[in-house]
Design a protein around this ligand. Structure first.
Ligand code: S3P
Length: 172
């Protein structure tokens, strides 16, 4: 089974993905890191040198290649991946999608140190970032909301979230 963790930048897809994978003995794959390895450059450089469209093509290719892979896998996706092309439908067909839902103020707090490597929010102060999230999240939630399973992560500990995901996987 392939499990895709989806959600806005900063919601914890990578850290939760690692933990759940270790607990459930699944392979863990981080989509952004895989793309960086394949392209030989950081996500921020792909955006800067080749543009966002090129990065979105890399995301699509990554998902198409996954279709051929085997074994139980947890994939932490990039925050924008489900919201481009038919990616959300593709992920829903390939496996199970889990949306880690988090409120804008909480996301801002969690993104305190992660802004420079993320081209969409580079250089933003708290106020601008909060505005950006309030503006962007509703459109993205139209896609995130199609997930098979949604977890409200506000105020939840990593352990609680991991247990919820593990419990869901047992029913699948
Ligand atoms: C993006 C999110 C990033 C990364 C890229 C674009 C987005 O991933 O894919 O910077 O459009 O939301 P994270 O959600 O892991 O930060």
């Amino acid at each position: 089974m392939i499990v895709f963790l989806i959600g806005f930048m900063g919601c914890g897809k990578t850290s939760i993905g690692r933990k759940v994978a270790a607990q459930a003995s699944f392979r863990f794959v981080d989509m952004d890191r895989e793309i960086e390895e394949r392209c030989g450059m950081k996500v921020a450089d792909i955006f800067q040198r080749h543009g966002e469209e090129s990065f979105r093509r890399c995301e699509r290719e990554f998902l198409e290649n996954l279709a051929a892979s085997e074994g139980d896998t947890i994939v932490s996706t990039g925050g924008g991946a489900p919201c481009h092309g038919e990616n959300m439908e593709l992920m829903n067909r390939l496996g199970r999608t889990v949306y880690l839902k988090m409120s804008p103020p909480k996301l801002v707090k969690r993104l305190e140190h992660g802004r420079e490597k993320r081209p969409k929010i580079q250089g933003m102060d708290d106020e601008r970032l909060l505005e950006y999230i309030f503006h962007t999240l509703p459109g993205r939630e139209e896609y995130y909301g199609k997930a098979h399973f949604i977890i409200d992560c506000d105020g939840a500990t990593d352990d609680y979230i991991c247990r919820h995901i593990a419990g869901y996987l047992e029913t699948e």
